[in-house]
Design a binder for this molecule. Structure first.
Ligand SMILES: [Zn+2]
Length: 293
């Protein structure tokens, strides 16, 4: 009768235990602000060239089938993946922005405009007070760019010793031709929770997407308001009262991978350029020196 472990079994067990212990040891410097220690700070500032990424998402309905936090999930994943290639510090979950057009839908978290503005301003000030002089905003929400650009433009109102950069990925002909091959629905109507965005979610977090529900509502433009050459606040609700624009049922993981890889490669280039950039802060200083304050 064998009452103990044979030496070979014991050896294998020890190997297994030591592998488990090693898995708990963090490798290198974390990118996430909330995972760094205070004593890591000087090293994180140096390694990031004082660059902090602020990924901005939102909480809003994404058709009948995709998660409320879809935009946040995407920007956080982009930041997590790019910083494995090019180091920067990533600010924790931030899902406060302009989302007044979806307050009639469950799950929407829309703070008053002044709070949204002051929160972003104070967040940038706090990031800068902690030693970062470059803040890169990665936005995942279609209702935010106008607000973000105006916010960034108003950084010139008062002297700031930090700069805010807004990542806006472009496209190239190779990407567009690959996209045309994989994309099945009408590209022009594919906006919110449609084929492209659902594909990205299918690629990043398939367990959160309910593909069976994607056709339960219409994502077709209902064109309920038409006044030529005029912008109104209600335009989006007029066109897409279901807060769904496109056809998520056509989504594929393959398309999601294409879009994600394109964004990450653009972001990597942009991040490298921002980290190397000294001109923006130099010009900002020259500008404020010439403004009579
Ligand atoms: Zn979205």
């Amino acid at each position: 009768m064998n009452t103990g472990l044979s030496s070979i079994k014991l050896f294998i067990l020890l190997l297994f235990v030591s592998a488990l212990a090693n898995a708990q040891v963090p490798q290198g410097l974390p990118s996430r602000w909330d995972e760094l220690t205070a004593s890591d700070w000087p090293k994180a500032l140096e390694k990031s060239s004082r660059t902090c990424i602020l990924p901005i998402g939102i909480l809003e309905k994404h058709g009948p089938h995709a998660p409320i936090g879809s935009d946040l999930i995407q920007v956080r994943e982009w930041a997590a993946r790019v910083t494995k290639k090019e180091y920067a510090v990533v600010f924790p979950d931030y899902f406060y922005g302009q989302i007044n057009e979806a307050r009639h839908q469950p799950g929407t978290f829309a703070l008053p405009e002044k709070v949204v503005w002051e929160l972003l301003e104070s967040t940038c000030e706090e990031i800068a007070r902690n030693g970062f002089d470059k803040i890169v905003i990665i936005n995942g929400h279609g209702g935010n760019p106008e607000f973000l650009k105006y916010f960034i433009q108003t950084r010139l109102e008062k002297r700031h010793d930090y700069a805010v950069y807004f990542f806006q990925p472009g496209s190239d002909s190779t990407y567009l031709s690959k996209m045309a091959k994989l994309h099945k629905s009408d590209q022009a109507g594919d906006q919110h929770a449609g084929e492209r965005e659902t594909s990205v979610l299918l690629y990043l977090r398939p367990e959160l997407v309910k593909m069976d529900s994607a056709s339960n509502e219409s994502g077709i433009n209902q064109k309920r308001l038409s006044i030529p050459d005029i912008y109104t606040a209600i335009w989006w609700f007029a066109d897409y009262p279901n807060h769904y624009a496109g056809d998520g049922s056509k989504a594929t993981r393959e398309l999601g991978q294409l879009v994600t890889e394109h964004i990450i490669s653009s972001l990597e280039k942009a991040l490298k350029a921002v980290k190397a950039d000294t001109k923006t802060l130099e010009l900002q200083k020259e500008y404020f020196d010439r403004v009579k304050e």
